[in-house]
Design a protein around this ligand. Structure first.
Ligand SMILES: Cc1cc2nc3c(=O)[nH]c(=O)nc-3n(C[C@H](O)[C@H](O)[C@H](O)COP(=O)(O)OP(=O)(O)OC[C@H]3O[C@@H](n4cnc5c(N)ncnc54)[C@H](O)[C@@H]3O)c2cc1C
Length: 386
């Protein structure tokens, strides 16, 4: 596949060098064992890549979202899966933007060094799903503590995290003017919480993605772990979503290129009916279409990154990049699987694993329909549909 050098080539080369130590066989084994890529995440942390977005004054490398997205793209392009660790890159953004000076000084340098892992963010709930403002987990102030009760679902990487950002309702919905008000975010120290009011139940799932159901039964956390102002948590979470969506768009683009590389190589060498299968237009066209879609998604990803890095509003672009990239990688994955015939289903080709991994991004962290609803309402001014 033509891979034109760009201004991020040095960065790409450095990330590729690290990823070369963790070839697809490594991720295949982790997938087969339903394990966690500990050595890979440690190496990324040590190299400082997961601290890309933390400002230098707090020990990070102070890079922009554009560079951070290149890191994620290269991991997925190499055959790996950023989903194991991308939370460490962007979850701290909530703390960085809305935390107090004391919180930032306490946590950010230790997150940058990898001493503390902030891999988890607890938003989704079993009964309310995408309708976040109706969430039922509550945090009640009792003196110098908050007491948490409720339940979350699909909360990732809790077993490989020391801290978690938690969204909970602090004022009953009936008592707030707008349903988006009255929620707050907290930093939960998982090392203190698990077994002392918080229970974790892992959810085996289609992807090897470590994710869990969480139960809170009078979990007490120090009041000083509130981030920002009480009642404004939903707004703070929204602020962080643009970075998350853009980074995941870049991961999908990396997946898409991986699928294209793989299927193009195979279509050139696999001979059936006396000629390479890639000589048939019926094979060429879906691959070419997927490649075009990835390239187009890439433009939107860089637009979202540029706006974000210039501190301009980028909600529409971040959402559109996520949708375009997730669709493009899914299309590329389908073509790659299809044109490997039966071999696409064999684990040793890594296609079925990458296929499962990239499929997730049609649903999480925001489903395709919800992006369409966002664009319909907030970009096109159509009436709110829910
Ligand atoms: C592997 C994995 C990891 C995850 N990690 C995390 C995490 O770390 N933290 C976290 O908080 N969450 C996490 N999630 C949750 C994820 O963000 C949600 O699954 C996702 O937002 C969709 O919510 P839901 O599953 O409740 O689906 P629902 O909200 O129940 O929706 C189901 C389907 O209906 C569609 N739908 C719903 N309402 C409408 C509508 N009005 N119009 C059109 N279509 C509609 C949706 O698009 C979706 O396809 C994870 C999920 C998975 C699968």
């Amino acid at each position: 596949m033509p891979n034109t050098p760009d201004q991020y080539q040095d960065l790409r080369d450095a990330v590729r060098d690290l990823c070369a130590q963790f070839p697809p066989e490594y991720f295949r084994k982790v997938d087969e064992e339903r394990g966690y890529p500990v050595a890979f995440v440690d190496a990324l942390t040590k190299a400082g890549w997961l601290a890309a977005l933390i400002p230098q004054e707090y020990g990070g490398s102070g890079l922009g979202l554009t560079e951070a997205s290149v890191i994620m793209e290269e991991i997925n392009h190499s055959g790996g899966n950023s989903g194991a660790c991308h939370g460490q890159m962007y979850n701290m953004g909530t703390l960085l933007r809305h935390g107090s000076d004391a919180q930032k000084r306490t946590y950010l340098p230790r997150i940058a060094s990898g001493e503390l892992r902030l891999q988890s963010m607890g938003v989704t709930e079993p009964t309310t799903g995408s309708d976040t403002t109706t969430l039922r987990t509550t945090a009640a102030r009792r003196g110098d503590r908050y007491v948490i009760n409720g339940q979350k679902v699909w909360i990732s990487r809790v077993q490989h995290s020391d801290l978690m950002i938690l969204l909970a309702r602090t004022t009953p919905r009936a008592e707030v003017r707008k349903r988006s008000e009255g929620m707050s975010i907290f930093l939960v120290d998982l090392r203190d919480a698990i077994g002392h009011g918080m229970t974790v139940r892992p959810i085996p799932n289609m992807v090897n993605h470590e994710t869990n159901e969480l139960f809170f039964d009078n979990l007490e956390i120090p009041a000083e772990n509130l981030i920002g102002e009480e009642g404004r948590g939903f707004r703070y979470i929204l602020d962080g979503l643009n970075a998350e969506r853009t980074l995941i768009a870049a991961e999908c683009i990396g997946d898409g290129y991986w699928f294209i590389d793989k299927v193009v190589a195979y279509a050139k060498e696999r001979v059936v009916f006396g000629r390479p299968i890639g000589q048939n237009q019926g094979v060429q066209f879906p691959i070419a279409q997927a490649y075009i879609d990835i390239e187009a998604a890439n433009l939107m990803r860089y637009k979202a990154c540029a706006l974000y890095d210039a501190h301009e509003p980028c909600g529409a672009e971040a959402n559109m990049a996520k949708l375009l990239a997730a669709d493009a990688s899914w299309k590329a994955g389908n073509a790659c699987l299809q044109f490997h015939g039966g071999f696409g289903f064999a684990a040793e080709y890594d296609i079925e694993r990458k296929f499962r991994e990239t499929r997730l991004y049609q649903v999480a962290p925001i489903s395709t329909n919800l992006i369409l609803a966002y664009v319909a309402e907030h970009v096109l001014g159509l009436p709110r549909s829910f």
